[in-house]
Design a protein around this ligand. Structure first.
Ligand code: PLP
Length: 489
């Protein structure tokens, strides 16, 4: 078998009868009878190739054949010590990395704008989390980069910290100075883990590209990339790269065995294989074409009068070392409306589905697979909306909201694990001042917590909850009736 995808295709066409899982027996499901033939055929083809660990197809958890060959080829291409294929997203990679680099109860340092999987790893391992506050792009209320100096101070004051994790690039495309942060972290003999979930495409940039370099090139010890976010691969697929000599790969493998399903989808794994081979062979050409098109689009987008767009001009300010021009972050403040409004209009009026909206901005994701007609439609939609009236009159509220996000971290009284085991009580959120939360609160996406379990609820938090509620944002961790589960004091 040359590759997983070829193997799956031939097997799908063969006369092998499955007395094994999955229960659909490679035939699709009954409901298919109702569907139009075109859709029915499409599903049939996929179900035909959906197999389990049968001879010749290797085993993700003990790879010796075609999956091992794929991982070795990736290791060689990415120039890593090990590259692991993930079918449970970057989420599994983050859980495994933090678990492998710590003992239960250890201290870690993480950027506060981390993904919830980081907080979940801390919860599972009872970790004592020290947060690093990224800089803030004040005009927009968006996180900037992580300052190397802040990392240094934190590590100097807390020599017991066992690992550092930062997010770079962020959802909004902000890249931190990973090289300098790595140099500092290594001077304390601990590993740097970079959540590069949003930067898998960086590994395929050309040498003269304006796309940032991958954290792998800056000496990070572990780098986690979601293939599905910015490359042509199916949802859930990701890679975990191990570079640092100090990282115990046996521990990483043990934890991947725990955090990844015991029934990994061969369809997903074949999608990784296809994505990797496509990018390895065509990636540089595709990235060059992508870069040319996205720059051309951006040159037109900056001419919008009322909608601003984040770009490379931020580099050198707010701790921003580099910027991923593939992220389109639109700020419609001069239109006097929220990001949520703009996203809804783009969807409903122009059938343009954006990635996410936050209070003051909207994010659109792009990739090598974009088409220029999509870019034209986006430009057209934004031009038209700019000239329409939004009638939201949100400017003052937005400003107030940004002020309330002064990038403060609530006081942490106990770890999230300890908070979980305490007796709890639900309270209306306005009555929660000075209580320790048993819940972690965030708005998804982007899923960055503004209150973590174990932290004390202060006035700033109450203001944020009230603002989110008034403006129709759903807060994870808050009940429908507006209550928070807090430690019963
Ligand atoms: C910064 C960041 N890290 C990690 C993840 C988790 O990635 P995945 O969905 O591949 O598990 C996300 C998901 O949105 C993310 O935004």
């Amino acid at each position: 078998m040359n590759s997983l995808e070829e193997g799956l295709y031939s097997y799908g066409m063969s006369d092998f009868y499955p007395f094994h899982m999955p229960g659909h027996k490679r035939q699709g499901f009954c409901g298919l009878e109702e569907l139009p033939n075109e859709i029915k055929n499409l599903f049939q083809q996929i179900f035909r190739m959906d197999i389990t660990e049968i001879p010749g197809f290797d085993n993700l958890h003990h790879p010796e054949g075609v999956i091992k060959a794929l991982m070795e080829e990736m290791r060689e291409f990415y120039q890593t010590r090990e590259t692991y294929l993930l079918v449970n997203g970057s989420t599994a990679g983050i859980l495994a990395s933090l678990s492998a680099c710590t003992d239960i109860g250890d201290a870690i340092a993480v950027a506060r704008n981390c993904h919830k999987s980081v907080l979940n790893a801390a919860f599972l391992r009872n970790l004592d989390v020290h947060y690093i506050l990224p800089e803030i792009i004040e005009e927009y209320g968006i996180h900037g980069g992580v300052s190397p100096a802040k990392v240094d101070i934190l590590l100097r004051n807390n020599p017991h910290i066992k690992a550092v994790l930062i997010v770079s690039p962020t959802y909004e495309g902000v890249v931190s100075d990973v090289g300098e942060i790595g140099r500092i972290v290594h001077s304390y003999n601990i590993p740097l883990i970079v959540d590069e979930a949003h930067g898998a495409h960086f590994s395929y940039r050309t040498d003269d590209s304006v796309f940032p370099r991958s954290a792998l090139q800056y000496g990070a010890d572990i780098v986690i990339q979601s293939l599905h976010k910015t490359l042509p691969s199916m949802t859930q697929t990701a890679l975990l790269h191990v570079n640092g000599k100090g990282v115990k790969k046996e521990a990483i493998e043990q934890y991947l065995g725990i955090y990844q399903t015991s029934s990994p989808s061969y369809i997903l794994m074949a999608s990784v294989s296809m994505c990797f081979h496509f990018m390895k062979n065509e990636g540089r050409r595709k990235m060059r074409e992508y870069e040319k098109n996205i720059i051309a689009l951006r040159n037109r987008l900056v001419q919008l009068k009322l909608i601003e767009i984040l770009g490379k001009n931020l580099v050198g300010k707010y701790g921003i070392f580099d910027y991923d021009i593939g992220k389109l972050v639109f700020i419609p403040e001069r239109m006097n409306c929220t990001g949520k409004w703009l996203m809804e209009r783009l969807r409903e009026d122009y059938h343009l589905e954006m990635e996410m909206s936050a209070v003051s901005y909207v994010v659109g994701m792009t990739s090598v697979m974009d088409r220029t007609d999509g870019y034209e439609r986006l430009l057209h939609g934004l031009q038209r909306l700019e000239n329409s009236s939004c009638n939201e009159k949100k400017a003052d509220t937005l400003k107030a909201h940004r002020r309330s996000f002064e990038n403060k971290i609530p006081l942490q009284k106990i770890t999230s694990t300890e908070a979980f085991s305490k007796r709890g009580v639900y309270k209306e959120f306005r009555e929660c001042l000075a209580h320790i939360s048993k819940e972690t609160l965030y708005v998804y996406p982007p899923g960055q917590a503004f209150l973590v379990a174990g932290e004390v609820i202060d006035r700033n938090i109450l203001e944020q909850i009230a603002w989110y509620q008034e403006n129709g944002f759903e807060i994870s961790g808050l009940t429908k009736a507006g209550r928070i589960y807090v430690v019963d004091q």
